[in-house]
Design a protein around this ligand. Structure first.
Ligand code: ADP
Ligand code: MG
Length: 451
């Protein structure tokens, strides 16, 4: 049997057990490139397929291969750049080591020491009238941490670059002086750290550690609202660092004076430094951001489409980015893209999602995507393979349709609303932090909105 015949037999068996859409998505342009000893090298068109074959279909493929040829022991999946050429990606993208990055899978590790994600830098941060004050303040802090503005308080709506900016400050300070102790923490995380430390009676150790920092960055500080105990502990840490001229950097979705249930003394501390807001980017900046993101992803998008995007996605940089991702995924399998295709792909970002999709479409698409039977089982079963798709469904129902948590809970066999909230937050976090999860969800969204 030739390699080609061998692979064809594998595919024909796989095909029996999965939906045609999934088959097309994950197995198109795959082949056996060589067999080395007992290892089969399967070439796949992109790292997206690679991940999926490895994670979801590996066992099955191996089982079939072994049944066809008992000498086979292992499978390795390699991304075959030749196929990438089909999607017209620029020549220079063929360097293998760059490939993952170009496909949007640059997996930069969050530093264990600082909690900072190295992907947030000033180099890839676009400056415009909407964020230049915040940027200028950030730069002066980088030059001389703890001396100029303390604390620095950045506020603005979701998706406008707060996390990016505060992390870029941390990364830059660390780059300039690796000896500096920098720590990034999301306020929600800080709350749980403090609560746990109180419970374990290790709060004194925790405070001691925090007080040794040179730079502390607390993101989304609005979540401290109403958490009296955490505020209390944070207040002491704040004072101690402040007195030692250590840099404190905070972000929030609103001005400190508008955060409810924050003690007056914390408010006045927040007001004591520099407060800078980030606004909505203007058209020129939106276009600049789009250009930068397409370059990062190495995807070519015609000017009229970029302009359409910049005109219609105005309030959220994350949405601009998500639009580029969607184009990139599309371009992996299509040679060209026209304005009409783009309009379709961006439908739910641009028009209110709840107008163009519904409960049935979302649930149907998710079950198809993960290849699980729809119906009661999916809604109530305790089986592990249903848990994740269910969480994703819950997330999408909330995000796209703005259904209430308890309503979603009812749809899923009377689950408590806290279960739904948990699912939503979990997926939301992964969406933000994990490129693969983001790609997966974007792909599901693309299907939902092309139904
Ligand atoms: P926020 O914390 O305000 O909700 P983020 O910092 O998470 O927003 O930004 C959302 C996304 O947009 C991130 O992926 C970030 O890298 C990107 N982004 C935000 N601002 C800029 C900018 N000025 N230039 C380039 N990318 C940006
Ligand atoms: Mg943020």
């Amino acid at each position: 049997m030739t390699n080609e015949e061998l692979w064809q037999s594998v595919l024909s068996q796989i095909q029996l057990n999965i939906s045609p859409a999934n088959f097309a998505t994950w197995f198109a342009n795959t082949k056996i490139s060589t067999i080395e000893d007992s290892d089969v090298i399967v070439s796949v068109p992109n790292s997206f397929s690679k991940e999926w074959l490895e994670q979801k279909y590996h066992k099955e493929i191996l089982r079939i291969l072994k049944s066809l040829d008992e000498n086979i022991k292992e499978i390795k999946y390699v991304v075959n750049p030749i196929n990438v050429k089909l999607s017209n990606i620029d020549k220079k993208s063929f360097k293998k080591e760059d490939l993952n990055e170009q496909l949007g899978f640059s997996e930069l590790e969050v530093s264990k020491d600082t909690n900072l994600n190295p992907k947030y830098t000033f180099d890839n941060f676009i400056i415009g009238p909407f964020n230049e004050i915040a940027y200028a303040a950030a730069m002066s802090i980088v030059e001389d941490p703890g001396k100029n503005y303390n604390p620095l308080f950045i506020y603005g709506d979701v998706g406008l670059g707060k996390t990016h900016l505060v992390q870029a400050i941390g990364n830059k300070i660390k780059e300039n002086d690796p000896g500096k102790k920098v720590k990034y923490v999301a306020a929600e995380k800080l709350i749980s750290i403090i609560v746990t430390a109180i419970r374990n009676q290790s709060i004194e150790d925790l405070k001691k550690n925090l007080r040794e920092l040179d730079v502390i960055i607390v993101d989304d500080i609005q979540f401290l609202a109403g958490k009296d105990k955490t505020q209390e502990e944070f207040f002491h840490t704040f004072n101690s660092l402040y007195q030692k001229n250590k840099q404190i950097i905070l972000s929030s979705d609103r001005h400190p004076n508008n955060i409810p249930a924050i003690t007056e003394r914390l408010k006045s501390r927040f007001n004591g430094g520099m407060i800078a807001d980030i606004n909505i980017p203007d058209y020129e900046t939106r276009l600049a951001i789009l250009k930068q993101k397409t370059e990062e992803k190495n995807v070519i998008i015609p000017a009229d489409i970029l302009e359409y995007m910049a005109n219609n996605i105005q309030k959220n940089i994350r949405e601009l980015e998500s639009a580029v991702n969607r184009m990139a995924i599309y371009r992996k399998t299509n040679k060209t893209i026209g304005l009409d295709d783009a309009k379709k792909l961006l439908k739910n970002i641009i028009v209110s999602p709840s107008k163009i999709t519904n409960y049935k479409k979302i649930v149907e698409t998710v079950t198809e995507f993960y290849d699980i039977p729809s119906g009661n089982l999916f809604f109530t079963s305790r089986k592990k393979e249903f848990a994740r798709p269910r969480q994703i469904s819950m997330y999408l129902l909330k995000k796209e349709l703005k259904m209430s948590y308890s309503e979603i809970g009812r749809k899923f066999g009377g689950k408590d609303h806290t279960t739904v909230i948990h699912a939503y937050q979990l997926i939301e976090k992964e969406y933000e932090e994990n490129d693969k999860v983001r790609q997966e969800i974007e792909l599901i969204l693309q299907r939902i909105y092309s139904k």
